[in-house]
Structure formats: C-alpha cells, structure tokens
Design a protein around this ligand. Structure first.
Ligand code: DCB
Length: 511
C-alpha cells in the first residue's frame, strides 16, 4: 500500500511550484483550441512522478519537472455553507466525467486516458461508477474492487479527485444491500481515507415510488457515514436523493447532521430543465450543499441526441453557482451518453476526432472555454451513422486517407451533410481536409449551410493536387439556427472523379 510520505511530498512540490507559478504569470494558462492548420490539440505535459508505473511508458516530452497537480494545489476539501472549498478556504468547483458501469468499461479508464483528460480537458475529478446489484456489480462480483482500486491509484498519481460511487439503480432502495455497502465503504476508507483525493458517493440514484428519504435513504446514510468516518474523519461524502437523485428539496427539509456532506443532483438535459434547477435553488436557499455527480447532455435513458441548448443552460447555471459537475459517461457503448466514438488506443494521444458529439460537449463544458467543437469525424469508425451524417453517393476511402485508416469519398453531385443546432453558438468554422481522385479543371468542393429552409452557399473549394487542410468560416447568419446543417458537395464533371474528405469538424464559440 501507499505511504503517507507520498502525500507530504506532493504538497511540498505544490508549494514550491505554486511559488514558481506566481513568479511566472501566464505559464499556467491553457492554450486556445486549435482549429486551423492542425488536428485538435494533443497536448504534451510533463511526465508524472508515480509510485505506480503506468501501463504504457510515456514518451519524455518538454520538461521533466512535475507540475503542481490540482489536488496538490487544493489539498483537503471541505464544505462551508453550501460551497465546496479547498484547504485554504477558497471555493472550488470540480469538473469531470464518470465511468460507465466500471466492471465492463473500466478497461477504458487507463492512466493515459485520465492523464489525457486532465491535461487536455482540464478534468479535475473522475467518478468510478461501481454498480451494486448487476451481474458484474459488487454484490455478486466483489472482484470489481481490483478495477476500482487501480483507477483510484491512477487518480492519486495524477493529482485529481476521485469519486467512489456505490451505483445503486435497479435495486431501488440503498437499504437492500446496506450491509454490503457498510463493508465496502469501511474497507475503501481504511485503504484510502488519508488521501485528500477521495470522495465517497454512497448511493447513486435511489428510485422507485416506495423509496423515500426518511424511510430508506436517511437510515441507510446513518449507518454508512459512521462506517466511513471511523477511518476517514473529513473527506467529502455525497448522499443520493429520492427520484434518481433529483429531490434535493426533500433532503433540504431534513438534512443529515455530519460535516462535509453534499447531496447528489443528477440531470439529463434531454429530460430535465428549469423545474429541476428550481429544486436546486430551493435546496441552496435552505443551506443544502449540492454536487452534480452525474449529468448527461442526452435523454435520461442514456441515449438520444445531444441537447445543446438545454445542456448549455445547465452548465451556465452550475458554473455561476460553482456547483461541481460530472458527465455521464466515459464509454464506447453505442448510445448518446458515450463520450468516445470507439475504443481508444491507450498508448496513443487521442483527440477531439475520437469524441462523439456528446463527448465534445462534455469536454468543452469541463474546459470551460468559449471555444467548442460541435461535431468531429475522422471516419475511423466506418459508420457514417455513428457520426450522424446524412449522405448521398458517399463511401469510405481506404486507399488514400489523410489521417488514420479511413477517409470519406464523395462521387459526382454526392454530398456529406451533418445537422446540429447552432442556436447557442457563434463564429462557426468548418474544418476539413480534402483531395481529389481524378479531378478535372473546373471541379470544386461546394460548402453550403442550411438555414431551416434553404441551402446557402458559402464557398467553392478549388481543384487541388494532394491533401489540403483548411477552415471555412461561416457567416454570422449561420449562428442561432435551430435546424442548422452544413453540407459538403462534390461538384465534379466526371462520374469517376471522387472528392476525398477527412478530419472534418465544426468549431464554434459559445454565445
Ligand atoms: C441513470 C443511472 C445510470 C444510467 C443513466 C442513463 O439512470 F445512474 O446508470 O446509465 O442515468 O439512464 C445507463 C447507461 C446504459 C445502461 C443503464 C443500465 O447509460 O447504457 O444500460 O444505465 O446500466 C437514470 C437516471 C434518471 C432516470 C432514470 C434512470 N429518470 N434510469 O429520471 O427517470 O432508469 O436508469
């Protein structure tokens, strides 16, 4: 097991490096999102000092000095009033993602994946969703602990916070497996309670008409919290609330007596809006600290499209109140909630091209930048439908991709078209790489956007020899369109001519 020494050392480093940072203003700033000549950024950062070696060796890049990690800078968290604060008493807002069901999808959560999100997304917390009743859950599969502890160790090494989530769901009431929960949290807090990184979430989403705060959740919490507090007197504990962690108003009227407790609010922007935000406002007004330990930009089924407008409302609301948020889910399952388009190569740097539309929304919500990317596709999944393309006379190209193994290939008068709302966005830019196979003088690539009624021409890209990568700026009138889409058409003379397209993404700024 780990030594206490590690933590002391980390804090010392943090102190030294934060002093250096004070002397060198600006060196802690993240660079703006690259949308012009190169693919989305794959940032390099200093290799970590780890007591657990990562699964794959990191190439030595830039300086070998470890930077101050987020946990190194913030230390032990606590709750003051309704606000999460750091060791110095300054407000902190954690932002990150949750695993999907960790026994099945934990293989995606590598040291490199977490490091990539820490360095490229500014992720500061990761949630481990350990299901309870499922076939792969803790109750029937206690071996899942190995995956859980591996991920906790990565988070400690990377200096990010980690939420250990007892993911009740179809078990409805946390009382059903209370004894298992007490055993689990006692063990986990004994192992990790000394680390400032640790946050406990004791019951994901109590649900079902018969599950109540006073009858089930409170009595459960009254046994689990003392089990944790025997080993860990002060780390944050998040308590679930009735109706899939939505009824924070009920908890606010009857809170638990311990310090450093927060209460879970979960939302899915396709299903929940202002009425649920009103519940938060009520709970805050009653002094209840809220932690959004799970949110989705899709429907509450975990599927469906990305609801950009409502998701943006939610994120603005949470950021204004400095409420921490954790996106569902770091997964490759073919559903709207999944962040990844396909299994990432754990040894490679992965970029925006590997993310789904929902994953891109999550990344830029976490990063908190004005810049964002609405969709991105390098065509590596070979499924236009997963990229939600509408297309005509367009196929895959494997002979001559610009990057990766595949690109798209469009025949005469064929097109690739992608719909996404532009309502909460402005300064839209379409990025693409294009090439011709058998192009003739006069052939072009037409770029149009759809305003809800008509296709509006933007430009015609000329015949080129070899791959050309560029940005096409869309006019201001393309912003704020609910039924927006963008279309790439092969305006070529011959049936045999193909327009090759790769590395397409739509960058924008949040309004
Ligand atoms: C929550 C759960 C989470 C669930 C997501 C999306 O459930 F905490 O486990 O994730 O929200 O529904 C889904 C995955 C699916 C998986 C399924 C079962 O995305 O791939 O098949 O879990 O493991 C909610 C949240 C809200 C509501 C209902 C559910 N609601 N629910 O408001 O009615 O029924 O799961």
């Amino acid at each position: 097991m780990r030594q206490y020494r590690f933590r002391t050392k980390t804090l010392l480093w943090a102190l030294i490096l934060s002093m250096i940072l004070l002397i060198l203003p600006g060196c802690g700033e993240t660079p703006p999102v690259v949308v012009s000549e190169t693919p989305p950024p794959s940032q390099s950062a200093a290799p970590e000092e780890t007591s657990d070696p990562p699964e794959a060796t990191q190439p030595a890049e830039t300086t070998p000095e470890p930077g101050p990690t987020f946990v190194g800078l913030n230390g032990n968290l606590r709750v003051e009033g309704v606000q999460l604060v750091n060791e110095a008493g300054d407000p902190v807002q954690l932002k990150g993602v949750s695993s999907s069901e960790v026994a099945s999808f934990g293989y995606l959560v590598t040291y490199e994946a977490l490091k990539n999100m820490r360095d490229d997304w500014d992720l500061t917390v990761f949630r481990i969703a350990m299901y309870t009743e499922d076939a792969t859950g803790y109750v029937r599969n206690p071996g899942v602990m190995e995956t859980v502890t591996r991920i906790i160790d990565h988070c400690i090494d990377l200096g990010i916070y980690v939420i250990i989530d007892w993911h009740i769901l179809y078990d409805n009431t946390p009382l059903k497996y209370k004894d298992h929960a007490v055993e689990f949290f006692y063990e986990i807090s004994a192992l990790y309670g000394d680390y400032p990184n640790i946050i406990y979430e004791i019951c994901n989403e109590p649900n079902g008409p018969d599950t109540t705060w006073e009858g089930h959740i409170k009595p459960y919490a009254e046994e689990v919290i003392p089990a944790i507090r025997q080993n860990d007197p002060d780390n944050i504990i998040i308590v679930g609330t009735p109706t899939w962690s939505q009824d924070v108003d009920i908890a606010a009227d009857d809170p638990l007596p311990w310090d450093n407790l927060m209460y879970a609010l979960h939302f899915y922007a396709g299903s929940h809006g202002q009425p649920l935000r009103d519940k938060i406002d009520y709970a805050l007004s009653r002094g209840l600290p809220i932690f959004v330990s799970e949110w989705g930009s899709c429907l509450n089924t975990g599927d469906g499209p990305t609801f950009h407008e409502e998701s943006m409302e939610w994120i603005k609301y949470l950021d204004e109140r400095m409420i921490s948020h954790v996106n569902w889910a770091f997964s490759v399952k073919q559903e709207g909630a999944s962040i990844l388009r396909q299994k990432i190569d754990v040894k490679a740097k992965w970029t925006d091209i590997d993310l789904t539309e929902g994953g891109l929304f999550a990344k830029y919500a976490i990063k908190g930048t004005k810049e964002t990317v609405l969709f991105a596709d390098g065509f590596e999944t070979k499924t236009f439908s997963h990229g939600k393309w509408k297309r005509d006379n367009a196929t895959y190209e494997t002979e001559n991709p610009y990057k990766g193994d595949y690109g798209a290939s469009i025949g005469k008068d064929g097109f690739l078209e992608r719909a996404v709302t532009s309502v909460p966005y402005e300064n839209l830019k379409l990025h693409l790489a294009y090439n011709f196979a058998g192009g003739k003088p006069g052939d072009t690539v037409k770029i149009d956007w759809f305003n809800g009624t008509d296709y509006v021409p933007v430009t015609e890209l000329p015949l080129v020899e070899g791959w050309t990568e560029l940005d096409v700026e869309l006019p201001d009138s393309a912003s704020g369109i609910r039924d927006f889409s963008v279309r790439i058409t092969a305006a070529v003379a011959d049936e045999e001519t193909r327009v090759l397209v790769d590395e397409v993404w739509l960058a924008a700024e949040k309004k």
